[in-house]
Design a protein around this ligand. Sequence first.
Ligand code: GLP
Length: 244
Amino acid sequence: VIFKSSDYASVIIAQEIAGLIKEKQDKQEFCVLGLATGSSPIKVYEELVRMHKEEGLSFANVVTFNLDEYYPMDKNNVQSYHYFMNQHLFDHIDILPENIHIPNGTIPQDNLHQYCIDYELKINSFGGLDFQLLGIGRTGHIGFNEPGSHYNSVTRSISLDHLTRSDAAPAFFGIDNVPKRAITMGIGTIKKANRIVIMAWGHKKAEIVKQTIEGPVSPNIPATYLQHHSNTTFVLDQEASEEL
Ligand code: GLP
């Protein structure tokens, strides 16, 4: 779906998420959301916060699992995805702290493998993700599933691509400060979600958007795996769609 502006597109995505939350509330069920970071979802979160403040949308039945976190990374670090999520969403809504899950970038190396297994099990214990929100990196990554990721991959630690680290460099005041690794949900984890919305805004994403939508499914561009997911919508602004 192509929208004129990312602002309007973000409102439409937020409305879908709010609709799902309310539907689950009516059934007295949890609504399990997979959430993303980066610049792409900021306006979606802004609109959800507005709906909470102005329209009384409650997040009391919402359980969240974030896609990824840098490794190593302290939760209080301004570049951490913990900090990002608090700043843009969690600090402004009525979600219960125990319902928030974000991969922990401070887990000691020796415990990391087991930690990732447990993160995956925790998602499954809620019956999987009802909805997964995604951005896309210029390598074609979703979460931090870089090129080479297997379609059945689960939550694990990975090495970041040079392009991903260079895109993150401004936020870290130089590429040397960008962590070389991250924890990410796998492609298999993401693909089990009932519904997936992936967003891309701006010229910089136009090339990878074309390859993801029109190219063959390939581990070289992990986002192409979504072509095999039956309930995924790719939401674009005009600039991101210009190579299609
Ligand atoms: C990071 C995140 C991804 C995100 C991507 C794109 O690498 N791990 O989840 O989709 O950046 O970021 P942006 O939305 O800022 O373009």
